[in-house]
Design a protein around this ligand. Structure first.
Ligand SMILES: O=C1O[C@H](COP(=O)(O)O)[C@@H](O)[C@H](O)[C@H]1O
Length: 258
């Protein structure tokens, strides 16, 4: 494994949403192909929020090998799986009902543990251990790809500004019961997991994100949760945004090519 500072994020900005959606699908498929070539499976953690609709370029795409996908959730709201607030419910509605991922490859939270957040997050960590089976040999699981969103306050997954979880160094999955964005009870992957992925991609669109994207990319020293995603080498971090979200950032754009 190479050592050294994390590579700087790569910023792709698209004039319109359809360009973003098409490029994101091509990027995910490339990550999928490399993962299947090396490990015969594709491990992915998905966020909720506005990300879900931007995955539509995958639906009906003949290059997606759904049977090789193993899907986890970057964060989850601690509500029943059919609750409108559930990230699982959102991804199920927007994606999973339209494609053919084997049900046993979709790793939802154990809703029988909703009353006990400690148990619930431990159980989800055990799901990761089963999937990656390397808790003894590697310190953290290494996802092929983690797809992240960013809230207007700079939060990502369920890692919120100023929260004590920003300094979590050991747990793979942690819980909060004081999320400033409802619902308050959530579990989340921690930075040690996020920052050990092969690739992470943020997706952020719309003028509602322009101020925060400027701070996150141009002033990382402010330490907002999205700026703290810095992948350990050889991991790579990408931003897929539209020009509206990128209106204020001075961070250099990279032309997209697969
Ligand atoms: O609460 C959450 O918010 C973030 C950002 O959502 P967005 O709608 O502003 O894109 C999301 O990434 C996370 O998964 C979700 O639980």
């Amino acid at each position: 494994m190479p050592h050294g500072p994390p590579a700087p994020p790569v910023l792709y900005s698209f004039p319109h949403n359809d360009g973003l959606v098409t490029a994101l699908a091509a990027f995910i498929i490339k990550a999928q192909n490399e993962a299947i070539h090396k490990r015969d499976r594709f491990t992915l953690a998905i966020s909720g929020g506005s990300l879900a609709k931007n995955l539509s370029g995958l639906i009906g795409n003949p290059h997606v090998k759904w049977d090789k996908w193993h899907i986890f959730f970057a964060d989850e709201r601690c509500v029943p799986l059919d609750d409108p607030d559930s990230n699982y419910h959102l991804i199920e509605t927007e994606l999973l009902t339209k494609v053919d991922v084997p049900q046993q490859h979709v790793h939802a939270i154990d809703v029988s543990l909703l009353d006990d957040l400690d148990e619930l997050s431990d159980a989800y960590e055990k799901e990761l251990i089963r999937e990656f089976a390397n808790r003894e040999t590697a310190r953290f699981p290494v996802f092929d790809l983690i797809l992240l969103g960013m809230g207007p306050d700079g939060h990502t997954a369920s890692l919120f500004p100023g929260h004590e979880l920003l300094t979590e160094e050991d747990r793979w999955v942690a819980w909060i019961d004081d999320s400033p964005k409802p619902p308050p009870r959530r579990i989340t992957l921690t930075y040690p997991v996020i920052n050990h992925a092969h690739r992470c991609a943020f997706v952020a669109a719309g003028s509602g994100k322009e101020d925060i994207l400027h701070i996150v990319l141009d002033k990382p020293e402010e330490g907002l949760p999205s700026s703290r995603v810095r992948l350990a080498q050889p991991g790579l971090l990408y931003w897929f945004v539209d020009d509206a979200a990128a209106a204020k950032t001075e961070y250099p754009r990279t032309p997209f090519k697969v």
